[in-house]
Design a protein. Structure first.
Length: 369
């Protein structure tokens, strides 16, 4: 599907220095003039950069490679963003969405990593691939840190939703359960599985992970049919997609894997408060909380010219403030709480500075079950 948004920026006005009279001394006047001149140089450089990028992107097509199938949360966000992003990129290029589902977005990430670094290919894949690289997961055989990060549209928060029919409506009921509570998952080192395994091995809740579902929608259906008790994934996704169950009291949020309680869930306990040791808290943070807020990453291949990276970063964040985009997002129940490319990169880099002993325990928990 092709999206094209035409946009015409206003013309840049000319500026000039006007002579002025002052009662201050000549040195102060000289400093003042020097500052004004420097500001004009900076403004001139910005105009020059915008003109250069406009020349490059004029008439071009940007391909956004989404690592999930059409109709899912990633795809929904990407298409909404694409409808508005082009008007903030100098030259107003066309933007198309290309879905490349498979291996929990790993296929898309590898293809984008190897794509021509010209600023015309953008990838949209999960941040959990960084964990795969850190823990030497088979298939993650490329240097994930070398991507150039563009941004993230929303900070995701992981919670666990269980059905009333499962008999587990509170954390106390879960702790007292005589049988493991069945949670659905979509694949190793994906947040659905990571959260379940952390609850099992770190928080010590009775959990049976049933992995291999193709997405969270099948997990919801399996829970509603009684095949599962529920699952753990983004509240930002659960809220709109399982709204009917939540409103009817048929689905309950039982625990939050967040640093602080969400404003909408003030009485739901934190996993961090269910453990005693600093090591356990570090494992929860590293395994879930580092990548969860930046789950929906947008990135370009390594080696993309820095000026084009900056252009895409700025235009992405400008799109996140666009009134028409925000109105569309609100209508579609899409939450917008963006993270810059720079901040996303810092979060990913922090994983690769963890203590080796902690990384070894994460590998045992997340890949050894």
């Amino acid at each position: 599907m092709l999206y094209y948004i035409s946009y015409r920026a206003g013309a840049c006005g000319e500026s000039s220095l006007m002579p002025f009279k002052s009662h201050v001394g000549p040195r102060v006047a000289l400093v003042f003039i020097s500052v004004i001149f420097a500001l004009h140089l900076v403004a001139g450089n910005d105009v020059g950069l915008a003109a250069e990028q406009s020349s490059f992107y004029q008439g071009k097509v940007i391909r956004v490679v989404v690592g999930t199938a059409p109709g899912g949360g990633f795809d929904f966000y990407a298409r909404a963003i694409a409808r508005h992003w082009g008007k903030y990129i100098p030259g107003n290029p066309q933007i198309i969405i290309e879905n490349q589902p498979g291996a929990a977005t790993l296929i898309a990430a590898k293809n984008v990593f190897q794509a021509r670094p010209d600023g015309l290919t953008i990838g949209n894949f999960i941040a959990d691939i960084a964990l795969g690289r850190l823990l030497n997961q088979p298939g993650v055989d490329f240097d994930f840190q070398k991507f150039e990060w563009i941004g993230v549209p929303v900070r995701d928060n992981i919670v666990c939703a269980l059905t009333k029919a499962s008999g587990v409506s509170t954390i106390e009921a879960w702790q007292a359960s005589k049988t493991p509570v069945k949670l659905g998952g979509t694949g190793r080192l994906v947040i659905t599985d990571n959260a379940a395994l952390v609850l099992k091995h770190v928080v010590r809740l009775p959990v049976q992970l049933v992995s291999g579902y193709t997405g969270t929608a099948p997990i919801r259906l399996a829970a509603e049919s009684g095949e599962l008790a529920g699952g753990c994934w983004q509240w930002e996704s659960i809220k709109p997609t399982w709204r009917a169950g939540l409103q009817a009291g048929e689905v309950n949020i039982v625990v939050q894997l967040t640093a602080e309680p969400l404003p909408e869930l003030p009485k739901v306990p934190l996993a961090l408060n269910l453990v005693q040791s600093d090591e356990a808290r570090k494992l929860i943070t590293a395994s879930v909380q580092t990548t969860a807020p930046i789950t929906r990453l947008y990135a370009v291949p390594p080696g993309t010219p820095k000026d084009r990276v900056r252009t895409l970063q700025k235009s992405f964040m400008d799109t996140m403030k666009d009134p028409e985009f925000l109105a569309e997002a609100k209508k579609s129940n899409l939450e917008i709480d963006p993270t810059s490319g720079e901040e996303a990169g810092k979060a990913i880099d922090s994983l690769f500075h963890l203590e080796p002993a902690l990384v070894a325990k994460m590998k045992t928990i997340l890949l050894g079950d």
